[in-house]
Design a protein around this ligand. Structure first.
Ligand SMILES: NC(=O)c1ccc[n+]([C@@H]2O[C@H](COP(=O)([O-])OP(=O)(O)OC[C@H]3O[C@@H](n4cnc5c(N)ncnc54)[C@H](O)[C@@H]3O)[C@@H](O)[C@H]2O)c1
Length: 474
């Protein structure tokens, strides 16, 4: 069991950390003990509360290392599916097989009864969403309910770990006291409470689990030690015992806010590039050949329930961080920028048929949370445009629910403008001949640089112009 105080992987060079070789499993065969206390080569019972896109892979991973896993969810369909040995999470390579295998081995079951699961479990991992309300403040409704639901089952020796991204200080100040009050026990003495951020990337979760250092910070030394020992027993990645739950909470907010700010900077570089007729992607590729430069890509906006959300969770406890606030404004302003660019190219958006390609927050992941497609459709409609949309992952009724008319791949259409909101590779096969009235393509992800277009159709990327789009380096 290796637990370190600092990640041994240094700063990434040229994004090299994205493609680290997965660590092989070196765990001795674990035997299940009654009342797990962190001994090497032992396993116990773990409850994973929130068996969603992150929770289910975690549950399966823990089971492959000998733990008996209880997945807890409020959704009866999720519980029934897991109890049938199936995964309800699509597009996650390897997950369906893993769930089926560990279920068949008797190591994975699911329940709606969180208190009973917590009572039985040595470790409880919470991974239900914390979102934002309309004023961009943390919305705790799922996490508060989850904590209240496990509280009656928390017992002497329990280890409760929060993996959901939280505002700074919440593990210690919001949730540990709630668990103490409900259990009558003292945290870090009678039971253990820690934060360990979930840092996985949808679509590569099982691979990431074997690579990304697992950061763990407890509300005290005993909690850090117990939680780190748990992860060392179930993960093949390095486990990093941090100095506090706050440091661990902050590390996740820092990593994701950095990405939001970095993208905002790339978006500003794109504006400068447009002013001077320079290809921003050529510039970024060249700048990033210096090992200390890691400039991200510009685009029509930042979506998903991580990157646009976590800067607000940071700001909730550290208001007035001006760079962070500005980055959010810049990134959310990209949709308006697209409309302002398109409007004169199509002779005004009012009454104009527009096709949006890609509705999910990114290609290949069926997730609409905080997708900028929603803001894009709303803004286009507010400008009077007639909006149609296509996403290979969405059905007609799902497109309609977002306020657009479904368009079907290859169908002729009256569109005067096309806007790409994701970089789906399939869009490269688009044929301008399907759209005789087409006047402009706004390439929101700079992924259609090579698309063949008639001379009278304008191409605009984000920091990539018609005159530069055929350049290499993009
Ligand atoms: N999705 C990602 O790409 C990603 C990446 C890194 C970290 N995370 C973290 O993981 C958290 C969860 O994300 P997700 O994508 O797994 O969400 P998800 O929506 O796929 O799953 C959440 C699950 O929690 C269940 N749930 C809600 N309230 C509950 C309760 N009170 N008790 C039990 N179950 C409850 C829901 O029914 C759902 O099945 C995020 O908030 C974020 O902090 C997500």
């Amino acid at each position: 069991m290796t637990i370190v105080g600092r990640p041994s992987v240094g700063a990434s060079m040229l994004g090299g950390s994205i493609h680290v070789t997965p660590n092989p499993c070196r765990h001795a065969k674990a035997h299940i003990v009654h009342c797990w206390s962190g001994e090497d080569a032992t396993a116990g019972i773990v409850a994973v509360v929130g068996a969603g896109k992150m929770g289910l892979p975690l549950a399966a991973q823990f089971a492959t290392h000998g733990w008996s896993v209880i997945a807890v969810d409020i959704n009866p369909e999720v519980v029934a599916t897991i109890n049938a040995g199936r995964s309800h999470v699509g597009d996650e390579p390897g997950l369906a097989d893993l769930v089926s295998r560990v279920h068949a081995e008797g190591l994975l079951r699911a329940t709606l009864d969180a208190a009973a699961a917590a009572r039985e479990a040595d470790v409880v991992v919470l991974i239900v969403p914390v979102m934002l309300d309309a004023e961009q403040r943390p919305d705790y409704r799922y996490m508060d309910a989850a904590v209240a639901s496990i509280a009656p089952g928390v017992h002497a020796g329990s280890t409760v770990i929060f993996e959901t991204t939280l505002p700074l200080g919440d593990t210690r100040q919001r949730f540990a006291p709630a668990l103490e009050a409900a259990s009558g026990l003292v945290a870090d003495r009678d039971f253990f409470v820690a934060f360990s951020p979930e840092r996985l990337f949808s679509g590569a979760v099982l691979e990431n689990l074997a690579v990304y250092p697992k950061l763990v910070g407890g509300i005290g030394a005993a909690s850090t030690d117990r939680a780190a020992r748990f992860y060392a027993s179930v993960l093949d990645a390095e486990v990093v015992a941090m100095s506090s739950s706050e440091a661990a909470e902050f590390s996740k907010l820092a990593d994701t806010t950095y990405r939001d700010v970095n993208i905002a900077l790339a978006n500003e570089f794109a504006r400068a590039a447009d002013l001077h007729g320079i290809d921003v992607q050529e510039v970024i590729a060249a700048a990033n050949s210096q090992p200390y430069s890691h400039i991200h890509q510009p685009g029509i906006g930042v979506g998903g329930h991580c990157i646009p959300v976590y800067p607000h969770l940071l700001l909730a406890r550290a208001p007035g961080l001006s760079v962070v606030e500005t980055a959010r404004r810049v990134n959310d302003g990209q949709v308006d920028r697209a409309l302002a660019t398109l409007d004169p190219l199509v002779g005004g958006l009012a009454g104009t048929p527009v096709l949006v390609l890609g509705m999910t927050y990114r290609e290949g992941v069926k997730e609409l949370a905080y997708s900028r497609a929603i803001a894009l459709i709303d803004a286009l409609r507010a400008a009077g445009a007639r909006v149609s949309a296509f996403d290979p992952l969405l059905a007609d009724e799902e497109i309609r629910a977002l306020g657009a008319e479904p368009w079907h791949w290859g169908e002729p259409g009256p569109f005067r403008a096309i806007v790409t909101q994701t970089a789906d590779r399939a869009f490269a096969a688009l044929d301008a001949a399907w759209f005789p009235d087409l006047r402009a393509v706004y390439d929101g992800r700079n992924s259609l640089r090579a698309l063949a277009l008639p001379e009278d159709v304008a191409y605009v990327g984000v920091g990539v112009q018609a005159s530069t789009r055929t350049l290499a380096g993009g």
